[in-house]
Design a protein around this ligand. Structure first.
Ligand code: NAD
Length: 504
């Protein structure tokens, strides 16, 4: 590099204002690996200004059950970037998970976890594995809306929204574009959950059209996970709803041999949080042997996010070189392949020594060449005509014979509503149910307008008023029914947007 270019770069670096980052040392091995990583960032010339905040165990134990205090929130609000070592979640005292609190409060909608095999330095059966899982981070069953409804039945609501699907799917394609990835795979279970997972799949198909240069496909999550576990080298970017993403990202990290090595990014519109995927490893706390690689990788993602990917690349190359040279922490040490078992700080020293080196054999990894923030357009709601066409009334009924309940409710023809069917755990048990179907005390009774034509294959419903529903509920209550809840049935632009009962 010529002296002129170097001087220009140095003066630019001096002139650029450092990027503020809220840094949490965390618990257990957190402070040790954070110290090592910050030393590397400093030596590599990362232009950041850390503001240290307290998160986790100490804050919990001081009586703040959310694990974060007002100073922490303020620092996050100032910097919009969080760099966090793992924290300990005290068990059994009803403490909320701070990770979930941060993700949801700050709208960190995308969880991005790259997994790259580092064979032969880290043992794995899949030396060519190099993929990224982009998991939706806020919705799905993690909305945390759960209820007990009867003696037998508990419920958890799965919420999938159009804006949630649009931003995560677009993020996945934009990420692929920014990081030179070639294919995005969507994983869903829309053969069963046709509305919720169906929406995710539909949005994926819509947005994929805008990225013709990136290949795309969709797999059902069960066979998709099996294929991922058997041949991960066939995957590039995977985008998936929250629960599936939670599961497959751990599978991917495990089979990549690198649970202790992976970093993850939680990305929101205004704020982003970077961390290692492992926990606070109290069993090795204070021993100085923890592997800082997961946090180093998180730092590399953070640098790409704040537009300093050249520094990120430099660190990643130095990190690869250190692994190639055989300086390995205890968790990845292999007799015969490693040359020295190093502690946390010595490993960091070696990475610092190797800054500016290019690795010889680890070339397959995609470095931090995605520069700057990925922009997601504002969501624009397209309104559709919404019409009420019926109601599902859920009853807690302790009887056994669905015909007894069905015959009684069929006799009702109040307020121009009639019983269409009863299901138990989603299976139609009235009319004409099978006596083999196991029934609990949770009965969904579907009422529709008397004008509906319900005998055809795809029933045609008639619009009703909510007043009719209220009147029906009042009648049921006066008959002694134990109403657990109701769910309105809607058509949008004339299309049924509620599921049929199995066997309906
Ligand atoms: P863990 O990841 O802390 O430890 C699992 C095993 O991996 C342990 O044997 C540990 O010694 C080892 N290990 C983990 N990281 C290592 C590293 N960098 N170097 C060497 N060995 C490493 O998982 P856990 O024991 O289930 O959880 C401990 C605590 O961490 C819990 O309180 C949990 O809630 C918390 N946790 C926090 C986060 C986070 O803050 N993001 C994530 C997971 C777990």
């Amino acid at each position: 590099m010529s002296t002129k270019v170097l001087t220009r770069q140095l003066s630019r670096k001096k002139l650029d204002k450092p990027v503020k980052v809220a840094v949490a040392h965390g618990d257990g091995i957190g402070p040790e690996i954070m110290k090592a990583t910050l030393r590397i960032l400093d030596a590599a010339g990362a232009n950041i200004e850390p503001e240290f905040i307290e998160l986790g165990e100490k804050v919990y134990l001081s009586g703040n059950t959310s694990g974060i205090n007002s100073r922490g929130w303020e620092a996050i609000n100032n910097s919009k970037v969080i760099f966090k070592a793992p924290i300990t979640t005290p068990q059994g005292k009803g403490y909320k998970s701070l990770n979930v609190t941060l993700r949801k409060s700050l709208g960190l909608f995308a969880n991005v976890r790259p997994v790259t095999a580092l064979y032969p330095y880290v043992p794995t059966n899949f030396p060519n594995m190099n993929l990224v899982i982009i998991r939706e981070n806020e919705e799905d069953l993690y909305a945390g809306i759960e209820h007990r409804q009867t003696q037998d039945v508990y419920q958890c609501l799965k919420l999938i929204t159009r804006p949630g699907c649009e931003r995560i799917v677009r993020y996945a394609f934009e990420y692929a574009k920014a990081f030179g990835r070639k294919k995005v795979t969507c994983m869903v279970k829309d053969n069963i959950m046709k509305l919720t997972d169906g929406l995710f799949h539909q949005v994926f198909n819509e947005i994929a059209l805008e990225y013709p240069e990136i290949r795309n496909d969709t797999q059902i999550i069960d066979i998709g996970s099996a294929k991922l576990a058997a041949s991960p080298e066939n995957y590039d970017v995977i985008v998936t709803p929250n629960l599936y993403g939670d599961i497959i990202s751990d599978i991917a990290a495990e089979i990549g041999g690198s649970v202790g090595m992976c970093g993850s990014a939680n990305i929101g519109k205004n704020v982003a949080m970077f961390e290692a995927i492992h926990g606070s490893a109290q069993d090795i706390e204070g021993k100085g042997i923890a592997n800082p690689s997961g946090l180093i990788n998180a730092a590399v993602s953070m640098l790409a996010h704040i537009g300093q990917s050249e520094i990120g690349d430099k660190i990643k190359n130095a990190w690869f070189t250190t692994l190639e040279q055989g300086y390995h922490t205890e968790d990845i040490y292999q007799e015969g392949r490693s040359i020295e078992k190093v502690g946390t700080q010595r490993f960091a020293d070696k990475v610092i020594e190797n800054l500016g080196q290019i690795p010889k054999s680890i070339t397959k990894s995609i470095l931090a060449n995605g520069n700057g923030k990925i922009k997601i357009p504002e969501y624009i709601r397209k309104r559709q005509q919404k019409e009420l066409v019926g109601v599902d009334v859920f009853l807690d009924w302790q009887g056994n014979d669905p015909n007894e309940l069905g015959d009684a409710l069929s006799k009702l023809n109040v307020y121009k509503l009639k019983l269409k069917m009863i299901t138990n755990r989603g299976v139609k048990v009235y009319p004409k149910g099978l006596k083999e179907t196991f029934c609990t005390d949770h009965w969904r009774c579907r009422f529709v307008g008397v004008d509906a034509k319900i005998n055809s294959v795809e029933p045609r419903y008639a619009g009703i008023d909510f007043e009719q529903v209220v009147a029906l509920l009042s009648t049921l209550f006066n008959l002694g029914c134990d109403i657990i809840k109701t769910e309105n049935l809607y058509e949008f632009d004339g299309k049924r947007d509620f599921s049929l009962g199995q066997g309906e």
